[in-house]
Design a protein around this ligand. Structure first.
Ligand code: GLU
Ligand code: ZN
Length: 295
């Protein structure tokens, strides 16, 4: 199997130093393993994606000296693949419709158990309101709703795929999570429910979600090592669960440190000051950019 890494930006703003670090690190790893570096445009959020940003991504990466294998995958070309996976999960009774908004979730969450975390990778941990409301109904016998958000019952799904006795999901972390987590990482269905909650797999107006697409796309591109920022470490358990549910291989993961500004704040899309295009326009060289991020 060829060693493959990828860079998967969303064309919703300029690439900044943090993106450059991620892309160069993934490309360097592919080169040192004699493998391939791939690119994927994560444009499922059509309300925020722009061709302008996509073109600038190509220009920036090219200027950074990166070369990637063709073809470039584009998520907006893959909507039927996502639909198919949702049909599979729906037929197995693992999804349920939920129209709770942020306010509803906050209201339902206001009496947390002591010590229980409130926030998961997608924000407030969903307390399962709609799942509990629909308990006992066999939703899989109904057609899958197309215009309502669908959530994954993570506890049921975890039991389903990781076995009833000592159910455990696992993945190999080659880098480090935000608290130094590394090596073989394991987790139980109970932990999924209490620290992540039932995630949305199909968003309104999108027909999919980041979690569902990223898992299907990494598998389709045959990525063997996912290199990305530590901010996505927690979400990895959901990705591993989805891989098991959809019969997809689990790649190795390498979560890297985040590039921060002078006051220690992580860079955001709107951080134009550190946009690659800005360095490019100012005549900074790409090896200076490498040095700036410590590569
Ligand atoms: N598209 C995601 C982002 O821009 C990256 C997803 C990933 O690397 O898994 O943050
Ligand atoms: Zn709900």
């Amino acid at each position: 199997m060829t060693f493959k890494t990828r860079f998967a930006p969303s064309p919703t703003g300029p690439l900044h130093l943090g993106h450059a670090y991620s892309a160069m690190l993934a490309s360097d790893m592919a080169a040192s393993e004699g493998g391939e570096f791939l690119l994927r445009i994560e444009d499922i959020d059509q309300s925020r994606s722009r061709t302008y940003w996509e073109e600038q991504i190509f220009d920036d990466l090219d200027w950074l000296g990166l070369r990637w294998s063709k073809p470039v995958m584009r998520q907006s070309d893959r909507l039927p693949v996502y639909e198919n996976a949702l049909d599979t999960l729906w037929a197995r009774g693992l999804l349920y419709p939920c129209t709770c908004n942020r306010k509803d979730i906050a209201a339902a969450t206001n009496a947390p158990q002591e010590g229980a975390p409130l926030l998961g990778p997608d924000g407030l941990i969903y307390p399962g309101t709609c799942r509990i409301r629909m308990q006992g109904e066999d939703l899989s016998q109904r057609p899958r709703p197309k215009n309502e958000p669908l959530r994954l019952d993570v506890f049921k799904a975890g039991r389903h795929v990781f076995g009833p006795k000592t159910p455990m999901g696992r993945f190999e972390e080659r880098g480090e999570g935000p608290n130094g987590e590394t090596g073989i990482i394991t987790f139980t269905p109970e932990e999924l429910e209490s620290t992540i909650g039932d995630v949305v797999l199909s968003r309104r107006d999108m027909g999919t979600s980041y979690h569902l697409s990223v898992v299907l796309d990494d598998a389709a591109q045959e990525i063997t090592r996912v290199v990305r920022g530590q901010d996505l470490f927690e979400a990895t358990r959901i990705h591993v669960l989805l891989q098991a549910l959809l019969d997809l291989p689990t790649p190795e993961y390498f979560h890297h440190r985040l590039i921060r500004d002078e006051v220690g704040k992580r860079l955001a899309k709107r951080d134009d000051a550190r946009a690659i295009s800005k360095y490019r326009a100012e005549g900074v060289s790409n090896s200076d950019v490498r040095a700036k991020v410590g590569l």
